[in-house]
Design a protein around this ligand. Structure first.
Ligand code: SF4
Length: 269
């Protein structure tokens, strides 16, 4: 249910595992739909919502903190949480909205405060194109994530005009890094048939601002990102990323579908 803890599956689980580094991560969607309205967003497809309706965000009837508190209380009635295999060691916020959209920020920060106070060993991951957690508990247990696939302002204006500018996202990445941990979602990374750009320049910029983990994934649902040319290009990109992250001591996770594609497996979605 919207606003409650659930166990993600498939590619969402892969991302949550990579960021949180726990075996059975949970997630909470603090809303469904996203006013950022990025033209490449996979959300409408995953949630079977018409693209034109995706920007009409639906929020839960009760605050997510209340919903999660009630869920945990029910779990606790059955057995003490710490002895439970299902105890939430990591919580990802959120897959189907921007958790720091102004209409979501309070719900997100209240939930982070509740989880960091209440569950002393739980890691929290966020993912946003607008910002990071600005509350008081700037501990290493909050893994602030910024989604950015291009520092070209023309790309921003073309594909994601309601998101923060690339410069502002780099600043957020830097603040998150200084507070303890920031991760970068480089997904969906465009093939050059979609948008031509210099990956090395992008990585140098990102490293200058500071990042601890990069999650890389190809652009999907577009034939221009599934051609043989795109396969070779993504293969080169992955090799560049591996070398770059190794020399800059940045953890790297390349999404399994992207690896399959570059290794000649599926043609990608
Ligand atoms: S910020 Fe994320 S969820 Fe929101 S529209 Fe863009 S891709 Fe979709």
């Amino acid at each position: 249910m919207l606003g409650e803890l659930y166990e993600p599956h498939g590619l969402a689980l892969e991302t949550a595992n990579a960021v949180l580094e726990v075996k059975h991560p949970f997630a909470v969607n603090v809303a469904l739909g996203c006013p950022n309205g990025c033209s490449y967003c996979y959300g409408p497809l995953s949630c079977k919502v018409k693209r034109e309706n995706w920007t009409n965000m639906r929020t839960p009837k009760e605050a997510p903190t209340e919903l999660v508190r009630k869920q945990l209380a029910k779990m606790f009635e059955k057995e003490p949480l710490l002895s439970m295999s299902g105890f939430p060691r990591g919580v990802f916020l959120s897959f189907f909205t921007d958790c720091f959209h102004p209409d979501n920020r309070k719900n997100t920060e209240d939930l982070i405060d509740y989880l960091t106070f209440g569950l002393s060993s739980t890691q929290i991951a966020t993912s946003s194109k607008l910002g990071i957690y600005e509350g008081e508990h700037g501990s290493y247990r909050i893994k602030n994530g910024i989604s950015l696939v291009s520092i070209d302002e023309r790309f921003w204006k073309t594909f994601e005009p309601n998101a923060a500018s690339p410069k502002d996202r780099l600043k957020s990445l830097c603040v998150g890094h200084e507070r303890g941990f920031s991760w970068l979602s480089m997904e969906p990374y465009p093939s050059s048939a979609i948008w031509k750009q210099d990956l090395n320049k992008f990585l140098e910029e990102v490293t200058f601002w500071g990042v601890d983990l990069i999650v890389f994934g190809k652009w999907n649902y577009d034939k221009r990102a599934s051609t043989e040319e795109a396969r070779l290009e993504y293969k080169t990109n992955v090799n560049v990323l591996v070398d770059f992250c190794k020399s800059n001591k940045i953890r790297l996770h390349v999404k399994s579908e992207t690896l399959d594609f570059v290794n000649g497996g599926k043609r990608g979605r």
